[in-house]
Design a protein around this ligand. Structure first.
Ligand SMILES: [Mg+2]
Length: 495
């Protein structure tokens, strides 16, 4: 049943090409919004955007105390410098060697740090380039959530601090202890209580969010929430996010047809035997509007909530827990919230002249390499001609002069190529540093797409910086992906 809706000021329809880049929804797979009948949302880092640095600092402080006081790690950790600007999403922790790695889409390690020291190209090659990396194996831990960033900061900072004072470190155990301590700090309230009592410090409210959700409802789409957070925390956070922007709705709960908390994603998508329970702990036989449920699974949601198939769009921030599992276990369409987009797009615009110059240098380099091959072959030929002329007692002056001329050309070409590759290398460092002081762009690893970028491309039908960006488009909009071209098709059109 559709409730009568209040009518707030709706944002105007904009031609998709007029939407500023930072507010755009980007498309990997075509999606017709008019065919979507229900839109589901994750809460943390999706509807609720956190101040990343403040959150990292909070979990680092809580975790370091646990490591030293409860697990007996050396006290030097209390004064160690844990840099919250160190990690990005899409890094791989090597539990065995204590390194942190960034890979491209072919699982080739492009950057690596031990503690806060960057490994040289030679070290990287020696350690990681003899066989392919298997990110799913026990040795490695893949970090693809914003929640997981503090684990990387703690691991790299602790390795640095402990090795500096000469402490023997069991790196795998250290990483496991860090992860367990962060989870404990979440469970025992040291983190969540602090957030709920200082919401304005940790949460960033988006005033456009309620109107964006209303806009979807106003064309008859059902909205639902599936979060792993518990009911009390969900209530606190959602009430805060919508406070002052309810536009006539009785509460945040009135925006949603189904509200599911403590969902245990990714198991929510994988298992089919988990029931929804009500606040009293009773098994739910139906899903009522305005009621907060806990637990459940996808098949129960399909059965009780009639939310099934490719007419459902699910919006989340976690590749594995939200997007990949929803995609693999169901026909749900997916939209990924990547709050780093804002900064990535800003820097991308700044460095476009540098990227253009790099393209230009690469094109010049191709021509110079071709020229060098030709001149080197010519030089060899002249060497043979000179030898033959000597053997046959013929005049060698002219061949000798031509040979000297070619040799000078070859030297000059080599010098130009060296200068060119030095300039390219310098530009690459400048571009990388502009994106991020340690790791470069989230989506790229050198000239290739990063493993993180690859996963976004594979599993998210749509991706954008924040949920409210969807209101920049008509609720009936047809999101079209740029036409996929294979390299041979690009080549044919370029000629
Ligand atoms: Mg989330």
């Amino acid at each position: 049943m559709q409730l009568p809706l209040p009518i707030p000021d709706l944002p105007p329809d904009q031609a998709p090409s007029e939407v500023p880049p930072r507010q755009r929804v980007y498309v990997n797979r075509n999606l017709r919004l008019d065919c979507i009948t229900a839109v589901g949302f994750d809460m943390d880092y999706t509807l609720a955007i956190y101040d990343q640095r403040a959150m990292d600092r909070l979990s680092i402080d809580a975790t370091v105390r646990k490591l030293v006081v409860e697990l007996g790690y050396p006290e030097c950790l209390l004064d160690a410098a844990f840099r919250t600007d160190f990690p990005i999403r899409g890094l791989l922790v090597d539990r065995e060697l204590g390194n942190v790695l960034k890979m491209d889409r072919y699982r080739y390690v492009k950057k690596a740090y031990h503690g806060m020291r960057e490994l040289s190209r030679e070290e990287r090659h020696k350690l990681y380039h003899s066989r392919p990396i298997r990110p799913g194996s026990a040795r490695y831990h893949w970090v693809d959530t914003l929640y997981g960033l503090s684990e990387v900061t703690l691991f790299a900072g602790a390795i640095e601090a402990l090795e500096r004072v000469g402490t023997e470190v069991d790196r795998g155990k250290l990483f496991d202890d860090i992860r367990r301590s962060i989870d404990l700090a979440h469970q025992d309230g040291s983190i969540l209580d602090r957030i709920t009592s200082h919401k304005e410090f940790y949460l960033r409210r988006d005033p456009d969010l309620p109107a964006a959700l209303h806009r979807l409802k106003s064309v008859g789409k059902r909205l639902f929430l599936v979060t792993n957070s518990h009911a009390a925390y969900t209530e606190e956070v959602m009430a805060y996010l919508f406070q002052g922007y309810l536009n006539g709705y009785s509460s945040w709960r009135a925006f949603f047809d189904v509200i599911v908390t403590a969902a245990k994603k990714p198991d929510f998508f994988r298992r089919d035997d988990l029931s929804f329970v009500t606040a009293t702990g009773a098994r739910a036989e139906s899903l009522e509007r305005g009621v907060i449920y806990a637990g459940g699974c996808l098949s129960e949601l399909a059965r009780l909530g009639e939310l099934e198939g490719d007419s459902v769009l699910y919006v989340g921030d976690h590749i594995y827990g939200d997007v990949l599992r929803a995609k693999k276990e169901s026909a749900w369409r997916t939209m990924m919230i990547i709050q780093e987009m804002d900064r990535e797009l800003e820097v991308h615009e700044e460095v476009t002249p540098l990227l253009d110059r790099m393209d230009q240098l690469e094109a010049i380099g191709d021509v110079l390499h071709e020229e060098l091959r030709f001149r080197t072959a010519r030089l060899k030929q002249l060497g043979r001609d000179l030898e033959r002329a000597r053997e046959e007692g013929l005049a060698t002056t002219e061949i000798g002069a031509r040979r000297v001329h070619h040799r000078r050309l070859v030297e000059r070409l080599k010098t130009r190529l060296r200068d060119l590759s030095a300039e390219l290398e310098e530009l690459e460092v400048r571009v990388d540093r502009a994106f991020h002081p340690y790791w470069g762009s989230l989506f790229k690893a050198g000239p290739e797409v990063s493993l993180f970028g690859d996963q976004v491309e594979q599993y998210a039908c749509l991706y954008t910086d924040r949920v409210s960006n969807i209101a920049r488009y008509s609720p009936l909009h047809y999101f079209r992906s740029p036409r996929d071209r294979m390299p041979h098709e690009l080549g044919a059109s370029a000629e």
